[in-house]
Design a protein. Structure first.
Length: 180
């Protein structure tokens, strides 16, 4: 069976189904392309399949936003790791912890130049290896994440690698200022 995307001629091995019109695609990329082209400008007012269409209008989904993928990574000296200092928790006297995951922890920092808040993720190479993952996955994630600009994804501006860790500098959401 062929992919339902007009510009794709691949055979479907793993099926990716559109939840709006039940068409099948060869990859998640083809399905997303179809959704943006076919369903992004429709209004649900009539009945067709599992969703309804009466007339075509131009509305934007509040949930789906197209992003940007940079061809070259931008290196702005403002985001150099040396320009950041950790925000200390007044109760414990330790670095202000925002969250933690399988590979490391995320700390609240501020830029020394203008006191804007950022998050610095500390990824331990030892923890990566202990889980059976490879460091190549981290390098690939950093390379992709540094190029990606999207409204729903926190932006990675810079990173520093040491012999035992990675430090990833991310923008800090203004809505989270309440935790300080």
């Amino acid at each position: 069976m062929k992919c339902n995307l007009e510009k794709c001629s691949k055979t479907i091995t793993n099926t990716y189904n559109c939840n709006k019109c039940d068409k099948m695609f060869c990859s998640n990329t083809c399905m997303i392309d179809h959704v943006f082209k076919s369903h992004q400008t429709t209004q649900d007012t009539g009945k067709k399949s599992n969703f309804t269409i009466k007339k075509q209008t131009t509305i934007k989904s509040p949930f789906i936003h197209q992003g940007e993928f940079l061809k070259e990574i931008e290196n702005d000296p403002y985001y150099d790791y040396e320009n950041f200092e950790y925000v200390m928790d007044l109760k414990t006297g330790k670095k202000k912890l925002i969250g933690a995951g399988a590979f490391g922890e995320v700390f609240l920092t501020k830029n020394k130049l203008d006191n804007k808040l950022f998050a610095v993720k500390h990824v331990s190479k030892l923890k990566v290896k202990e889980t059976g993952s490879q460091l190549e996955y981290i390098y690939r994630e950093i390379n992709i994440h540094r190029r990606l600009i999207h409204n729903n994804i926190i932006r990675l501006y810079n990173y520093v690698e040491t012999t035992d860790s990675f430090f990833l500098v991310n923008i800090f959401n203004d809505n989270l200022n309440k935790i300080i």
